[in-house]
Design a binder for this molecule. Structure first.
Ligand code: CDP
Length: 229
């Protein structure tokens, strides 16, 4: 069987999309795009420029003007990819707590989404790709050849986020991370445009209690499985 060209992986915060998505892309030799990094880059730019997270007009302007480039790691410091914002490396800056707090507010602005989706689709046209986010299977690439919806309980996702931060030398209380994840889930699921949900033809993978390796094996098995027609 030929490998699927376009693979969409969606799911809530901390479900392991970025980790699993990057590994799937590496395994298949596909391009990898973590669309969350794009919304994070706009959120970062808005805090740096003092744009209010509810100022839709100025956010739309930012989204159209900023140059966001995501590519292979340029530094071997644990990053899965490098993010450039107008040429400057913001790979770690977009992971800051300040960005976590406002990114879902930014991502609900329709004009911001329009600008991002246009860039995401253009990238998908260039070749084989694994794209991860919230709305890839539903809105960005509704014709993706494989759609995976990766999920886990909120408690498990908060635990993973705590571990991930600890590995980078940052300590944040698990309760605080859990509250933030629940708030982001709520905003992402209830927004009017492109809410977080599994596409009707997505294969759902629950990752509670699975190691990264186990979750990866499950996802790869689903991706490589012939589609029933
Ligand atoms: O890494 P984590 O799961 O915490 O989040 P992310 O994938 O980096 O996405 C950050 C935020 O961007 C999400 O909470 C959404 O509000 C937004 N997002 C979105 O709206 N649509 C996407 N395709 C990807 C992210």
């Amino acid at each position: 069987m030929s490998k699927p060209r376009t693979i969409a992986i969606d799911g809530p915060a901390g479900a392991g999309k970025s980790t699993i998505g990057a590994l799937v892309a590496e395994r298949l030799g596909h391009l990898f795009l973590d669309t969350g990094a794009m919304y994070r880059a706009i959120a970062l730019a808005s805090t740096r420029r003092g744009v209010d997270p509810d100022d839709a007009d100025n956010l739309a302007h930012l989204a159209r003007e900023l140059r966001i480039a995501i590519g292979p790691p340029t530094v071997q410091d644990g990053r899965a990819y490098t993010v450039l914002l107008d040429g400057a490396d913001v790979t770690w800056a977009i992971r800051a707590a300040d960005v976590d707090r406002i990114v879902s507010q930014i991502a609900r602005v329709p004009a911001v989404r329009e600008a991002m989706v246009e860039q995401q689709r253009a990238l998908a046209l260039r070749g084989r790709i694994v794209m991860v986010g919230r709305d890839i299977g539903t809105v960005v690439l509704p014709d993706a050849e494989r759609k995976i919806f990766l999920t886990a309980s909120a408690a498990e996702r908060a635990r993973r986020r705590e571990e991930e931060l600890a590995a980078r030398g940052q300590a944040r209380p698990r309760q605080e991370l859990l509250a933030e994840i629940l708030r982001r889930d709520e905003l992402d699921s209830r927004r009017a445009v492109a809410p977080l949900r599994a596409a009707s033809d997505a294969l759902v993978v629950e990752t509670d209690g699975l190691t990264v390796r186990e979750a990866l094996d499950r996802v790869l098995a689903l991706i490589e499985r012939p589609v029933a027609t």
